[in-house]
Design a protein around this ligand. Sequence first.
Ligand SMILES: [Zn+2]
Length: 381
Amino acid sequence: MTRNEKKILTAVSRYGPLTRRELGQKARISWSTTVKMVARLEAAGFLRQVGVSQRRNVQGRDSAVYDLSDSMPLALGIDIEYATTRVLLTNLKDDVLHTEAYPTPQVQTMEELADFASGLVQPFLGLQGRGTRQIAGAGVVLPAFLIRSGGNPFAVLQQRLQERLPVAVRVDDVVRAYTLYKERRLYTSESFIMLTVRSGIGVGISLNGHLFRGDDNLAGELSHVVMDPNGSPCPRCGNRGCFETLINENVLYERYTGVVSAPLPDHADYDSTGLRAGLSDLFGRAARGEAAAAAIVAEAAETLARGLAILLNVLDVSRVYMAGHFGRDGQVLVPRIEEALARYLTPMVSRRIAYEPLQDLGFPLGACLLILRDYCDYEID
Ligand SMILES: [Zn+2]
């Protein structure tokens, strides 16, 4: 795929069905090149004519409107989380064509993990009567600490999976996938930090419209920065008092059960609907001004602000998108975090915090973008 072809697909993805004239203007490509590229993309199945524009151009011709194909290319996203693995099939239109969830097995090695993940592909595609030849590739994402092995977990798993699967495989961190998903929706070259609060804390960094990965693909690992050396042990990395042991969904839920005097469920993991309902209730109570709930939220905001202040001071990125399973009332965190940040940040650093409920499909959709960006480059300005 050439850069101009990518620019055309990206323009349709961003603005919807367009005539060739409009496409050329949006993609900033000359008319003759646009005509050539559109013909090539249509012949290859990436674009299709979907109708005729009512907007006549000066020549009164060129009114055919082009849209992205529904099935060319297709990408598979595999989002491996601690408890559940979600597989999703999508196209360049971002349609969720099919998705399934599977329990993540307790695996000890990358070999076992690669066996599990690669074993999902054929049966999943078979459910829709498809095979690996119909997909452009598979994006696989996992938390960096899912398996504590030597070496870069993403590179190791990518190699293991590539040995097992006949399609292109790219492996990355879950929160970086979510950051790609967010970039895809923002279409902006404005730098931002994506912060997700689940059973751990995830940080993705988008600098000037490009995902920043770092040398070892571990950029943004705020979650395991030690904030309190005397704190509780971190089950994931083995240190004590990591940032994510101070604030996460389970910590919040435990405090919430004190507010409503409810017993903890047996398995307080992020998949639990009980946990999400409880967190929504907690933030709802805080929004309505209930003192005990508001105190929990204020403490969470203080902790989040301490972590965010490190990132904001170091990176000088002013925009933060925060997502969690806190329901709509999670908004109450924003003014409290801003107030705390005002105390932690150097005075000249500006910040804009936004909260939104976490979209769980954002992780596998972001995984698909690891493949689809070969066709449609959301980072092209
Ligand atoms: Zn840790």
